[in-house]
Design a binder for this molecule. Structure first.
Ligand code: BJW
Length: 261
């Protein structure tokens, strides 16, 4: 990482109050959760069209649920890593920090983050295909595949946004609002190709925010980012955190947490 870039970012963040963070699968990679794209990604082994679309579920709900059951057992024992923990700690460092995540693994909450927007849902939630009710379920393995709603007997589906499905407009509007209002947006561990999530840093940038990207490799967003820190989230974020904590108290600009969020 270029030292002068770290200095600039730390200096800028010392005076920042509203910070948004967009995360993707890369932040959970160091916890052992597979990413989607790239050499070891899920989409190298499995076809998204047969597992992560509403058509796939309609065709073969058992196959889809078996895949999710496997992923749930993979994620269940996993612990948040240093990257997740730094972001959780930043809630008390900045007046107003929100984590907008594409991840469905629940690791930001496990690390202690509270202001989280889950764009693509959560693998620990099931949704009734008839009533639309959502319930938390942490059983691994699921006792019955496919699971059914105890109220009406209809199929449960994962409470996850599949390809071709719209994001919950309330959730997306919140994410968009946070992006337009922030002074800085971190974009961490995402290939920045899946829409509409990938449009959020561009909205933030248009509204005047500094875009700070952390990734092991450049993405389509990189040319438009103000700063690109190459490296693993679990290494880059603790380094920035140390520098920020050294800088912020001295700045005298730290304010009490904003209770409005
Ligand atoms: C590290 C690291 C470390 C690794 N440290 N970094 C053309 C055709 C058809 C559809 C479309 C189209 N154009 C646009 C669309 C729409 C589509 C889309 O965007 N497709 C693109 C792929 C082209 N989007 C949608 O369908 C969305 N809905 C929508 O747009 O509604 C309107 C609409 C309706 C009808 C028709 C068309 C539009 C919904 C998107 C839902 C995404 N769902 C998924 C799967 C959920 C299944 C599940 O989890 O079970 O969500 S896809 C998958 O990708 C998952 C992720 O959240 C999402 C983003 O992936 P992410 O997080 O970026 O992961 P990776 O693996 O891609 O990248 C990891 C990154 O980390 C890499 O950059 C690494 O380098 C890095 N990394 N280790 C730091 N240690």
């Amino acid at each position: 990482m270029a030292e002068h870039q770290v200095d600039e970012v730390v200096e800028f963040l010392a005076g920042a109050r509203r910070v948004a963070v967009l995360t993707g699968a890369g932040i959970s990679a160091e916890s052992g959760v597979p990413t989607f794209r790239g050499n070891d990604g899920l989409w190298k082994q499995y076809r998204a069209e047969t597992l992560a679309t509403p058509e796939a579920f309609e065709r073969d709900p058992v196959l889809v649920w078996e895949w999710y059951d496997w992923r749930r057992s993979l994620i269940a024992p996993v612990a948040p890593n240093a990257g997740h923990r730094v972001l959780a700690g930043w809630e008390s460092l900045f007046g107003d920090l929100a984590v907008i995540t594409q991840n469905v693994d629940g690791l930001h909450a496990k690390a202690g983050s509270r202001n989280i927007v889950e764009l693509h849902g959560n693998i620990w939630k099931l949704r009734c295909t008839r009533e639309g009710t959502v319930e938390e379920n942490r059983n691994t393995p699921l006792p019955r595949i496919p699971p059914v709603c105890p109220n009406c007997g209809s199929l449960f589906r994962p409470h996850i946004v599949w390809f071709g499905e719209s994001l919950d407009p309330v959730v997306f509007d919140r994410a968009y609002g946070l992006s337009e209002a922030c002074q800085a947006m971190f974009v961490i561990g995402t290939s920045a190709v899946v829409q509409p999530a990938a449009s959020l840093p561009l909205a933030a940038s248009r509204a005047g925010a500094k875009i700070i990207e952390v990734n092991i490799e450049p993405t389509p967003l990189t040319p438009q980012a103000d700063y690109f820190f190459p490296g693993k989230a679990g290494e880059v974020l603790p380094l920035l955190d140390r520098r920020l904590r050294d800088r912020r108290p001295a700045s005298g600009r730290e304010r009490p947490p904003d209770r409005r969020a």
